[in-house]
Design a protein around this ligand. Structure first.
Ligand SMILES: [Zn+2]
Length: 257
């Protein structure tokens, strides 16, 4: 990362909180600043999940702040700072690196959100939310410019995401109407079925998802939780670099799931 300007941590966090409307979300984790590091930010590292490998990469790059989609302090997790939780948090505190995390706000945002970014990469036209009545619908639905066979859809997901998706064939018609939700949204297949979609794309799969796809006649693609959620945090990092003149680097810690 080249030497550039710097910004007060407080200003950067306030900018993100406002832009992502993080206070408006009911989420499974705190959104925003999760761990406080030094007062100014000159070097920003982004990544999908605040794993030890990503923290080590941030330390190696002299980062002042780590911005992720999957941070810490999830509802229901064990609270004590022991084991890997202690190791991760100690490494961040020892190096005075802030941890900034946005979960649902970064899935939903209309510009830098994971779902909008995925659609842009794949050339899908957005028509509305996966939950049309919800203004903060996490998933989206839309159309392909040109209908694709399931095989062509598999090829385009493989090319863009760099990994082959799992495809469950629901019918033998070409795909035109498509719904998607990044991450572990396999349960939302029911919402795609209710909207009469030809296909549903998400990150993960469960055993019952296969039967639901086959019996409801909808194509299902599990394209990777990590792979589908690489793009929101990158877009936000680029935006922050532009806004504040700071250095930004996205670090991809490979995850096959
Ligand atoms: Zn996720």
């Amino acid at each position: 990362m080249s030497e550039k300007g710097s910004v007060a941590r407080r200003d950067l966090v306030a900018y993100c909180d406002a832009m992502l409307e993080s206070a408006a979300f009911q989420d499974y984790c705190p959104n925003g600043l999760q761990i406080e590091g030094r007062d100014r930010v000159q070097r920003l590292v982004t990544g999908v999940t605040a794993s030890q490998a990503l923290i080590d990469a941030a330390i190696a790059r002299g980062a002042d702040m780590l911005l992720v989609h999957h941070g810490y302090f999830w509802k229901g997790e064990s609270a004590p700072l022991t084991g890997i939780k202690k190791n991760r948090i100690k490494a961040l505190l020892d190096h005075d690196i802030s941890l900034l995390a946005y979960h649902l706000p970064l899935d939903v945002h209309a510009e830098v959100g994971n779902n909008v970014q995925l659609a842009r990469l794949l050339g899908w036209r957005i028509r509305g939310g996966l939950e049309p009545e919800n203004p903060r619908s996490v998933g989206l639905h839309g159309e392909l410019e040109k209908p694709q066979s399931a095989c062509e859809m598999t090829e385009s997901l493989t090319r863009v995401l760099g990994r082959a998706p799992l495809h469950i064939a629901g019918n033998d018609r070409p795909i035109k109407r498509i719904a998607w939700c990044t991450g572990a949204a396999q349960g939302y297949i029911e919402k795609a079925i209710a909207l009469g979609m030809d296909a549903f794309v998400t990150g993960e799969v469960s055993e019952p998802t296969v039967h639901s796809a086959r019996e409801n006649g909808i194509h299902f693609f599990a394209a990777g939780h990590h792979a589908t959620e690489r793009y929101g945090v990158q877009a936000l990092g680029e935006k922050l670099a532009e806004q504040f003149g700071i250095a930004h680097e996205f670090v991809d810690i490979d995850n096959p799931v």
